[in-house]
Ligand binder design. Sequence first.
Ligand SMILES: [Zn+2]
Length: 447
Amino acid sequence: MALMRRILQAVAAVAALAMAAAPAQARGLIRDAEVEGVLRDMSEPILRAAGMRPDSLRLFILNDPALNAFVFDGRSMVIHTGLLRRFDDPDTITGVIAHETGHLVGGHLARRAANMDRLSLASALTMAAAIAAAAASGETQAGAAVAMGGRETLRRAFLAYSRGEEAAADQSGVDFMTRAGVNPEGLLGVLRVFQGQEVFSASRIDPYAQTHPLSSERIQLLERRVRESPAYGAPPDPAMLRRYARAQAKLDGFLERPERVLERLKLEEDPGSAPNRYRRAIALFRMAQTDAALDVLDGLLREEPDDPYYWELRGQILLESNRAADAVAPYRRAVSLVPDAPLIAGGLGRALLAAGQDAEALRTLERASRDDPGDARILRDLAIAYARAGRDGEAALATAERLALQGDFEDAGLQARRAMAQLPAGSPAWLRAQDVETLAEFERKDD
Ligand SMILES: [Zn+2]
């Protein structure tokens, strides 16, 4: 049934995004065109080697310091910021992606889902997301425990792979990396970090080591396979090295306490490197030292005037310093350099909205939201743009979709019904509102 399929798709998307609403603070999905682009380009050759269409994978970046990555629902992969910030070698992250892809194409999840037929799919997916987020952090008390609800059995069923599955995912991972021409030593690098954690108490073991059981046998086998791979020792791609270092700098800049970022830069061997100046610009911006931040950023822009992400950051700094009119031009420049990045287009839309250029803001935000329906900020701005244009039904729909993304199903249902009352019955927008309504009902009954 088409409706059921739509619901399930929506449920899967929402389950993934429900992590953004996970109760523990400071956890949520990171949406950033630059960082997502790096991971997408890293995973693309791996997915091709695995026989998957690259756009069939949904990649999520979860803001969580624990070292972890996991797959769920057959097409979604979650990578923690902890992992990205810990490993400086992009091949390591490619190794994690390759290993996780091995679990995906090996059907290791399907076997688990079959054990859970007593739970509705929606609650299973939502649980999976919540549980994974909960288990991810060593400190499972806090809100995470609430999400886990004592279903320890389910957690184990979901998360821990068998030794056989680990060996199969390792083997596939090495194969995929080899075919993609990436040095498979990266995969080994991850395991070596976790080696020896067996002696820790359960709460101190990284979730990745918990869910992907390590054994000396496994490592030995993998070492042999890695050495036998024709891609063994292949040098890293210099362009990827540069882009990855930038992505790391950006994550540090936005996630670390800015004072600490500046402290650590004092100890850097090369504080003037592009990634380190990027770190500094972002930290200064977060400390509200706007002019100093722009100064550092403009230095970077002089060296690389066609870098879309520098322009995007320039737009963001100006917009968030209440200089919306000045923010429009840098965002425009960024959009012209990467026209297919809806998150950057969303930034332009936000700047236009703040600058009072409502008609263009609405057009821009509509397009951005069509290309990337999973961004709460874009939906929030879109609702404002619709409301200003007097299009209240569509404003309610955008709000309903945003609330569903954030896991607030009760209010999402309310807004969806408001939207349906105002939109022409049977129109595409009305049907979307109905989908959100159905999903909200589905979630409500489930509680
Ligand atoms: Zn594994």
